[in-house]
Design a protein around this ligand. Sequence first.
Ligand code: 13P
Length: 254
Amino acid sequence: MRVKIVAGNWKMNTSYQEAHTLMEEIVGRKAELGLHDAKKVVLIPPFPYLQYAYSEIAEIENLYIGAQDCSRHERGAYTGEVSALMLQSVGCEYVIIGHSERRQYHQEHADILFEKVEQALAHDLRPIFCCGEPLDIRSSGHHNNYVIQQLYDGLFQLPTEKFVKTVIAYEPIWAIGTGKTATAQQAQDMHRMIRSEIEKHYGTEIGKYHVILYGGSCNAKNAAELFSCEDVDGGLIGGASLNAEDFIQIIKAI
Ligand code: 13P
């Protein structure tokens, strides 16, 4: 059986006080989440709250903290950057790499992303590697090749023993923050395609167990249908993860 994961990417939202309230609400209802070894939740707040967030969940099994990005550098004179070592040292288990907002607004290209993946793995962080096509690529029908290329550039250069520590998140850009969700069929088709590409590259067994999340306007109403797809192993949730009730409903939908 594949592990299921629901991850909440808070992006650049919440004051410390708001983050505190959100954490308390989620942690206060931990019994409802039904977490176990094959159903995990990752909370991904902004950098300044990571240490606090970890202190809230440190004792709770199958609830983890992740970061939204990490530097491609190990350490040194890179003002404003946050290294994988720093993240690991404050309790992070996961780190998002290659989110479309980083690719778009920070010019993060394939070579940079692969360096980030390597940094994360070198410090025992699990990369949540994001891929996904913009609307014009979807409209032109080239979305499968586009996503495959992103995976080969950013992830498939890893040897098997490192690749198995990663998670893939398919986030079609046209569905992020737009309220326009991929249909369950669109999500399933893409996830199936990604899994067969993993099988081709790393072998059937590895493909069978690799976790592939869906992201893009996933909410309390549509989560159950998306998660019912055979190859969708959970979600990377943006807006809806900022509301404890909605986020909890999404977790329960899996
Ligand atoms: P939304 O759920 O707000 O569309 O964001 C998805 C996302 O980008 C998660 O990383």
